[in-house]
Ligand binder design. Structure first.
Ligand code: SF4
Length: 372
């Protein structure tokens, strides 16, 4: 089939072209286009990663998303709500193991108010003054505004006044209403998620943007998701990175509606399409953790420049039967074996430390991590 995609001229991809990238362009061409774009943007050939920890302050949630194996009802025997001291203790342990950032999220628990969030933040700040707190997804913020009967801006301003400067872009899932009605009918809507990000960027926060695919969405939904992010980024410039991951069906209500989990090739196509369509996003993440080491490495050859986190603690994927662990040394080796120079970063994507250059092809078997 004749493609309408130009391999020569730099231009902004429209919706039909974005669909063609995702669905039809031969894989080699797509990866090549995206990698060329990434190398123009980051010619120094580094791949960044962060050492972080993802504790959850509560697993109680009233939203009941069909794709989620993490949440519990308040009456479940394994439901929990951490005190500020318990949470700060976990983060202190992770900081002692090298974590520089805490990505802090939890279920939509009606017992948790804005004052509790402030208490979490101030207790962590007192106990771990050097750790960067990266808290509360747009979906949680929208839920908090409803709970407190205040505006999204008031919630965000409270976080800003508490010293928070970055917000994780979780809860985006797929930003189209037909898909959200099936997978997350009680969660923040597409427009609410975008509104929280726009308000956050207006105050001065930087946020990431995520996408969870591989369930009931169509290619058109993925493209619309990307275009909605691009349109908002044109207005605010507040997104730092785009982070996709695939649906993990284990123990979820949605599992019965999904015949096959997403193949790693789908992941690579999404990374490459995102690099090309999200021309106003600096960073695209390919993750060893959410997919596999091999898929994560291929993503680095298809437009991604960031490898996610060395996670000290994580529960959400683990509850869905997806449990992986790697040390900093493992992640450094994986990046070097993919042909890049690893660089540890902070939550603003500033490089803190650079490691040895890539390993020559065909060497390094003794350094192969055995964690996949
Ligand atoms: S994804 Fe979040 S909002 Fe949805 S059920 Fe799980 S914890 Fe609750």
């Amino acid at each position: 089939m004749r493609t309408s995609i130009s391999t020569q001229k730099k231009h902004r991809y429209d919706r039909p072209q974005a669909l063609e990238l995702l669905s039809q362009l031969p894989m080699g061409e797509l990866m090549n286009l995206a990698h060329r774009e990434r190398m123009q943007r980051f010619p120094e050939n580094t791949v960044t990663f962060v050492v972080d920890t993802n504790p959850n302050y509560t697993n109680v949630c009233v939203t009941g998303c069909a794709f989620c194996a993490f949440y519990r009802k308040a009456t479940d025997t394994d439901a929990y709500l951490l005190s500020p001291e318990e949470l700060a203790g976990k983060i202190g342990t992770a900081a002692a193991k090298g974590a520089t950032t805490v990505l802090l999220q939890g279920g939509h628990n009606p017992k948790v108010g804005l004052a509790d969030w402030q208490a979490y933040i101030s207790t962590i700040q007192a106990a771990c003054p050097d750790i960067h707190i990266h808290p509360f997804s747009p979906a949680e913020i929208a839920f908090m505004a409803e709970r407190e009967k205040c505006s999204i801006n008031e919630v965000l301003q409270t976080l800003w006044n508490a010293g928070i400067r970055t917000v994780p872009g979780g809860g985006a899932e797929i930003l189209t209403e037909p898909v959200r009605r099936i997978i997350a009918p009680h969660k923040a809507s597409t427009q609410q998620w975008l509104d929280v990000c726009e308000a956050a960027h207006g105050i001065g926060f930087k946020t990431t943007a995520t996408m969870m695919y591989g369930h009931v969405e169509k290619d058109e939904d993925i493209v619309d998701h990307l275009l909605r992010l691009r349109e908002l980024q044109d207005r605010t410039g507040g997104f730092t990175s785009f982070i996709p991951w695939s649906f993990k069906p284990g123990k979820t209500a949605l599992a019965g509606q999904v015949e096959q989990t997403a193949h790693p090739a789908r992941y690579v196509r999404i990374i490459a399409t995102a690099r090309l369509v999200l021309d106003n996003f600096e960073h695209i993440q390919s993750s060893w953790f959410s997919e596999s080491i091999g898929a994560g490495q291929l993503g680095l050859l298809a437009g991604a420049d960031d490898f996610g986190g060395v996670l000290v603690e994580e529960h959400v994927h683990k509850e869905a039967g997806h449990d992986r662990q790697a040390t900093l040394d493992n992640v450094v080796t994986i990046i070097r074996r993919a042909g890049f120079t690893p660089a540890r970063r902070d939550s603003y994507y500033r490089v803190l430390e650079t490691f040895d250059p890539p390993m020559p092809v065909g060497t390094g078997n003794q350094e192969s991590p055995s964690i996949d």
